[in-house]
Design a protein around this ligand. Structure first.
Ligand code: NAP
Length: 246
């Protein structure tokens, strides 16, 4: 019996990378999964097809997490298809780097809309469906720990999500809903492949990581599974760093 048997999960930004790995692992552990995506329908369909082939349950649902109506529609699709909601993974995010002089209002608002407003709207839409024992997992970043130059906007958005997680853990604790932040270190995904494949930066990261390699989506998914399952029943309002020691 899987660790998420009879549970229903929504994973945002699950057409690729970390979100796709989380969706596949949750489904393998028995959860019915909504694979949310913004525009990459064929990628999301592939993630769903992979889950169905392995005997799992999943549907793909398009929607922009930073749009309140879309957020409600994504959650409603989960409840309409699978009858309940137990787990929300706020994974959808963008990482655009810019040094101070290149920061624009557009860059700021786009980053904060998707990385901060998105999880707020999704959790707001989910809250009325989540019951005792439910888990909300926000995917932050170890950028809040490393704070490299050029990351002011991105790192600030991920700091905001850590703080929001701690506040919402208090607001939702009375309903026995847990809220945690999972902060991955550099992880090889579709989104980071350009900067992290055979580049000088990727070599720096590998050299500085005690375990001597780049993170992989599966490294993050297994910790998301822990946070989603009752194995972490006494953890809420917390931040877990998952970066191979970086
Ligand atoms: P990725 O490969 O770039 O994939 C991003 C995913 O988010 C895609 O599924 C994309 O959908 C979706 N998305 C983007 N904007 C969206 C929106 N407005 N509404 C709904 N979905 C949206 O990302 P990743 O590297 O796996 O990163 C996932 C999360 O981990 C992000 O929050 C990121 O900040 C965090 N993180 C990543 C790393 C890393 O090194 N990879 C490190 C630390 C933290 P479409 O495909 O349809 O566009």
């Amino acid at each position: 019996m899987g660790r998420l048997e009879n549970k229903v999960a929504v994973v945002t930004g699950a057409s690729k990378g970390i979100g796709a790995a989380i969706a596949a692992l949750f489904a393998a552990e028995g959860a019915s999964v909504v694979v949310n995506y913004a525009s990459s329908k064929s990628d999301a369909d592939k993630v769903v097809a992979g889950i169905l082939t392995c005997g799992g349950k999943a549907i793909a649902v398009k929607g922009d997490v930073s749009n309140a109506e879309h957020a409600i529609a994504i959650i409603d699709a989960a409840v309409a298809e699978f009858g309940r909601l137990d787990i929300l993974v706020n994974n959808a995010g963008i990482y655009e780097f810019a040094p101070l002089l290149d920061i624009t209002q557009e860059h700021f608002h786009k980053s904060f809309n998707i990385n901060v407003l998105g999880p707020l709207l999704m959790t707001q839409a989910a809250a009325k469906h989540l019951g005792e024992g439910s888990s909300v997992i926000n995917i932050g970043s170890n950028i809040t720990h490393m704070k490299p130059p050029g990351s002011a906007v991105y790192a600030a958005s991920k700091s905001a999500i850590e703080t929001i997680g701690s506040v919402l853990a208090k607001e939702l604790g009375g309903q026995k809903i847990r809220v945690n932040t999972l902060n991955p270190g550099p992880t090889r995904t579709e989104g980071t492949s350009q900067i992290m494949t055979n580049s000088e930066m990727s070599q720096h990261i590998i050299n500085d990581t005690p375990l001597g390699r780049m993170g992989l989506p599966g490294d993050i998914a297994s910790v998301a599974l822990f946070l989603a399952s009752d194995d972490s029943a006494w953890i809420t309002g917390d931040v877990l760093l998952v970066s191979g020691g970086l």
